[in-house]
Design a protein around this ligand. Structure first.
Ligand code: ATP
Ligand code: MG
Length: 362
């Protein structure tokens, strides 16, 4: 049986938010606990974060520990998963450099996520080359660890497709060294791309519409109470709409039936609540207060665990240092195989020297 290996990660551009949690973190912890995987690598993608933050190195530096704390708080376990920092594994840069030869500019320009992100950052006329090519560096990250499985949010699908193309190309041109990864998306549709509290399509650190895992109870309350709902639902008696109604999308993502018995016993489940809302006669405030309770149930234990890890910052840095060392060893092995396949392992190849000797000495 071949190995089952996970690689995934996050950019340290801010603390992690509940979109990351439902989109990827929760899945990771479940996969970790399933015991089905031989290896799990979790990468803090600082080098990738620098591609669009070149003037903000401090931001990246400050957020590495925040992301690490969020990981540990969610239940990623350094005894079961290798947590590491991308820039501490320079082999990834070398792999990216070679993979660049296997991708055309036109292909990168077609990547819908990159297109979108360029627009979001107003980069149209001034895209840093590093940012433009980040799908290639992501292919290096994934393949360096021979990952078979990448649990991510929906926005990452085009990146994984790009990786698969690079793998096929490399294996066909050179030899079967690299592994084509598969994606694991969240099974709950609402979690594929959690909208921001402002109703915008994606909760994103860069858009400032997030509920962070480390937000206090009061911050969460404020954000939930101020959330975007249905602008046509003015009077309580008005029939409400669910489509694009962020409060209901969040309930789809976070709610369990058991929370109704505890906080809103007039309803047995989410469907009954939705039916009442669309009929009319159910106020937004009732739904928001319920959502706040649901968020409390889901995130209070995570916040408390985070506080424990915050007491041992040195220990967390030690986890990252050890993880980075271990990751580097694995990436070095893959790079050695890549160099051999690409025939750039001159000094390790006695046959090469022998044949050239024969060429000139007979
Ligand atoms: P940035 O704005 O800096 O790109 P981000 O909030 O998009 O930050 P990333 O670090 O790019 O976060 O993404 C990390 C992981 O979280 C990816 O797997 C991504 O698919 C997932 N993810 C990010 N935002 C969401 C969201 N709103 N819903 C579901 N998954 C998400
Ligand atoms: Mg992103």
């Amino acid at each position: 049986m071949s190995n089952k290996i996970i690689l995934t990660g996050d950019r340290p551009t801010g603390k992690l938010h509940v979109g990351h949690y439902v989109g990827s973190l929760k899945n990771r912890v479940e996969l970790q606990e399933s015991g089905e995987y031989d290896k799990i690598y979790i990468m803090i993608a600082d080098a990738q974060a620098l591609t669009d933050n070149i003037e903000n190195p401090e931001k990246i530096r400050e957020n590495i520990i925040e992301v690490a704390l969020d990981y540990l708080a969610c239940g990623l376990d350094p005894n079961k998963a290798t947590i590491f920092i991308q820039s501490q594994v320079p082999e990834l840069c070398e792999l990216s450099f070679y993979y660049m030869d296997m991708v055309t500019v036109a292909r990168l320009q077609r990547n819908p996520t990159v297109k979108n992100e360029i627009k979001m950052r107003n980069f149209e006329a001034s895209i840093p080359v590093g940012f433009f090519t980040y799908p290639i560096s992501q292919a290096a990250d994934i393949t360096a660890f021979k990952a078979t499985t990448v649990p991510v949010g929906e926005d990452q699908l085009p990146m994984i497709e790009q990786t698969r193309e690079i793998v096929r190309k490399f294996n066909q041109v050179y030899s079967e060294v690299l592994i084509e990864p598969d994606v694991i998306l969240p099974s709950n549709k609402a979690c594929l791309r959690l909208p921001g509290t402002d109703g915008k399509a994606k909760m994103s650190k860069s858009l400032g519409n997030c509920i962070y895992l480390s937000d206090t109870e009061e911050e969460v309350r404020k954000k939930v109470m101020g959330m975007y709902t249905d602008p046509t639902h003015i009077k309580v008696s008005d029939p409400g709409h669910l489509e694009g109604n962020t409060v209901f999308t969040y309930l789809d993502a976070f709610c369990k039936d058991e929370y109704f018995a505890k906080y809103l016993p007039d309803y047995a489940n989410l469907q009954e609540l939705k039916d009442h809302y669309t009929r009319g006669g159910l106020g937004d405030m009732v739904v928001k207060r319920f959502l706040f309770n649901v968020m409390q149930e889901e995130f209070e234990p995570i916040r408390n665990r985070r506080k424990e890890f915050e007491k041992n910052i040195e220990g967390v840095y030690e986890i990252l240092r050890k993880g980075s060392e271990e990751a580097r060893k694995v990436a070095m092995n893959t790079l050695a195989e890549v160099r051999e396949a690409m025939k750039i392992n001159y000094f390790d190849d006695d046959e090469l020297i022998k044949s050239h000797k024969e060429k000139y000495n007979n």
